[in-house]
Design a protein around this ligand. Structure first.
Ligand code: MLT
Length: 267
């Protein structure tokens, strides 16, 4: 099911696609790749054309020389969709880093948007302390590799209970992170560090919007989700019980159920 989208002549974006119907684009979290959406792609393909791309530098997508920004990634997605003949407005959903890209897409291409799903993400730009921490993480990536970066994040990625009782899920997330390239992970850290504040763009959103958050998310906590929901006119906010940051992997059925009910409600 992997196919290639061309963002430009040199940098391919690899994606999974399944199903037919209104388009749903799902953008993954850091430092994972499109495979984190496997359950949602399989489940939602009964009614939707689901497209899950690898962000630049992750999975099988290329890394542009000079890196990327959330804006350049959003523009590349729009262009890549054009390239496979999807010119109608789409629903776009992103989790965490994917949410930053989805917010950039909403800001830059409102003409291409019919619905927005923002999961476990935040509107605010990094604080100066957050930016300094990104630089430390870039150094850690260079020194010890993506697996070490993920290990540092793991206590906040999945709940205590999941880490104690679901070793297969923990191992799956670790495996995906460990498979990423240091260059790709470092470029994403720089893109996240440099992303703009999304508040104004969110206030301008005029399409149905769903905000999702794991109730135990300690990276982008429920308060951050409430802020987003307060910015987007008419946004729906849903909290996913017993889930931390990677809510779509930790509570895949509930994540899919909420996503489906939202998508089905888009006129
Ligand atoms: C993610 O899960 O994509 C990242 O934790 C987001 C971030 O670090 O801001």
């Amino acid at each position: 099911m992997a196919e290639k989208l061309h963002a430009d002549d040199r940098t391919p974006i690899r994606y999974d696609a399944a199903g037919a119907g209104p388009v749903l684009v799902l953008v993954h979290a850091f430092p994972l790749d499109r495979s984190m959406w496997r359950q949602q792609v399989a489940a939602l393909a009964d009614r939707y054309r689901v497209i899950a791309p690898d962000v630049f530098g992750f999975g099988e997508s290329g890394l542009p020389a000079g890196g990327w920004t959330v804006d350049s990634m959003a523009d590349a997605l729009a262009k890549a969709l054009d390239g496979i003949g999807i010119t109608e407005p789409v629903a776009i959903g992103g989790l965490s880093m994917g949410g930053y890209v989805a917010m950039a897409f909403a800001r830059r291409r409102p003409d291409r948007l019919r619905g927005l799903i923002l999961a476990d993400t935040r509107a605010e730009a990094d604080t100066s302390e957050g930016k300094a921490n990104r630089d430390k993480m870039i150094a850690l990536t260079r020194e010890k590799g993506p697996a070490a970066v993920f290990e540092q994040m793991l206590p906040k990625m999945l709940t205590d209970r999941t880490r104690a009782e679901r070793p297969a899920l923990v191992a799956k997330a670790q495996r995906i992170a460990a498979a990423q390239s240091p260059d790709g992970v470092a470029a994403a850290l720089a893109a996240m560090r440099d992303r703009p504040d999304a508040a104004d763009g969110l206030s301008a959103v005029r399409v149905p919007t769903l905000v999702l958050v794991g109730d135990e998310d300690a990276i982008t906590p429920p308060e951050a989700a409430r802020t987003i929901a307060g910015l987007v006119p008419g946004a729906r906010l849903e909290t996913i019980p017993s889930a931390a940051h990677l809510s779509n992997m930790e509570a895949p059925d509930e994540f899919t159920r909420l996503t489906r009910s939202f998508l089905d409600s888009i006129p």
